[in-house]
Design a protein around this ligand. Structure first.
Ligand code: HAM
Length: 416
């Protein structure tokens, strides 16, 4: 066993990337707060029951991707593969009342085959709306919130694929028609789809195999098996998005990978940036989930999850540029430290270079590390209670008294 490497599909996160991910989470939460959405944080580990029936035993996530472990007390736990079921569990356990809107963020875990944009530990920003009854306006608002966040953080070009899975009864009726249509071509289907024909035939609709796709193009469409009420609901959601100027494509092939979905479903895709893993977010309605998890309240839900790892492949990293002042000590380490701390407490970014080494070398090092300003603190400065502040870009220098240092640097930074 090697301990020099991170676990396959799991990555270390470093400075700029962490800052960038947090920036997206922060912006998402700020915008969501305007919609009355509040934070929830659930543990990384849940009892396996939270996921098995809810996501569906025939789903890939439950069938092959869950990280399952037995703890020392004999409980079988799962590292959460997604956030919706845990948030419903938390809502029921806390005895919260409907309606509620929640936002959450954090790592999710799925034992998938790693590739670009697909990891075994990945990050989501998610939102869940829990409602008393299905509502076109809430479906539209929930999707509008995602669109608001996506565009605000700088993704200008993406496709919102919108579909409907209808009610359970409508899906069951459609499933039969689909299987009847595909059965004669069974041997032409990919291996995966042949297996799915028995276990979860709707998933064949979003197969990536070109052969399967050609067959699926001829297959009956779920939209044609909807009762008028479901069809009207879907049309109203479409109209609601049109009224808000949110562009979308009606997509009859969205099935989503998890069993809890019904009616409105959607995915956010950016094929130009992401290649085969082109969905950087997805979600939909899940009307039966609350009652199947034991809620006494007769509620329904809609939500989405945005894949932050994939969003970061679309957006160039945000280099948050902060002008750093380097305080160079010439044998006056204690004074250097006092000045540095004072500047930091007043909100300025500051680094120290201690010791009484060669000033030229220290200047060079500060320059290499991207110093915007340098101050040299030696015996003369201690006696005169003033320092020379050097602007490293213009090479100009100015004597500033200790008392004026904070104000001077703040003004100077503002003009960098
Ligand atoms: P999901 O479609 O399974 O939905 O995941 C949402 C997003 O998470 C995907 O669109 C993708 O961007 C990202 N994602 C999923 N798996 C990976 C992976 N292995 N590596 C990197 N990114 C990944 C859900 O999880 C639902 N809980 C969303 C939801 C909330 N539906 C209703 N409410």
């Amino acid at each position: 066993m090697t301990i020099q490497k991170s676990v396959r599909g799991m990555r270390d996160w470093w400075g700029t990337d962490v800052a960038h991910r947090r920036f997206i989470e922060q912006r998402g939460a700020e915008i969501a707060a305007r919609y009355g959405v509040s934070w929830v944080e659930t543990p990384l580990l849940e009892h396996q029951g939270v996921f098995i029936k809810t996501l569906g035993e025939s789903s890939d996530v439950v069938g092959k991707e869950m990280y399952t472990l037995d703890d020392k007390g004999g409980d079988t736990l799962v590292l959460r593969p997604e956030g919706t079921a845990p948030v419903v569990r938390a809502f029921i356990e806390a005895g919260e009342q409907l309606p509620q809107k929640y936002i959450y963020t954090g790592p999710m875990f799925r034992y998938e085959r790693p590739q670009r944009g697909r990891y075994r530990q990945f990050y989501q920003l998610g939102v869940e709306y829990f409602l008393r009854a299905p509502s076109v306006a809430m479906d539209v608002e929930c999707i509008a919130l995602a669109h608001h966040i996506i565009t605000d953080i700088g993704i200008s070009s993406y496709n919102l694929h919108l579909g409907t899975l209808g009610s359970r009864e409508e899906r069951m009726a459609y499933r039969e028609h689909l299987v009847t249509f595909l059965e004669p071509y069974k041997n032409d289907l990919s291996e995966e789809s042949q297996r799915r024909l028995a276990s979860n035939p709707l998933r064949i609709l979003d197969s990536k195999s070109p052969n399967d796709q050609a067959l699926v193009a001829e297959a009956p469409r779920l939209m044609d098996y909807l009762q008028p009420e479901s069809r009207q609901f879907f049309d109203d959601v479409c109209q609601g998005l049109t009224d808000l100027n949110i562009p979308y494509l009606v997509d009859n092939l969205i099935v989503r990978g998890l069993d809890y979905y019904g009616h409105t479903t959607f995915e956010f895709k950016a094929p130009d940036h992401l290649g085969s893993q082109d969905a950087f977010g997805g979600g939909g309605r899940y009307d039966g989930l609350m009652s199947s998890m034991g809620s006494k309240q007769d509620g329904c839900g809609i939500g989405w999850g945005l894949g932050l790892d994939r969003i970061m492949l679309i957006l160039p990293p945000q280099t948050v540029h902060q002008a750093v002042t380097y305080v160079l000590s010439m044998g006056e380490d204690a004074l250097c430290q006092r000045i540095t701390q004072q500047l930091r407490h007043s909100g300025l970014a500051c680094e120290m270079m201690l010791g009484d080494g060669n000033i030229g070398k220290k200047m060079q090092q500060a320059h290499k590390r991207g110093a915007a300003f340098t101050l040299v603190v030696g015996e003369n400065e201690r006696i005169n209670q003033q320092v020379s502040v050097k602007n490293m870009q213009s090479s100009s220098a100015q004597d500033v008294s200790f008392g004026d240092l904070v104000g001077h640097l703040k003004d100077a930074q503002a003009s960098v």
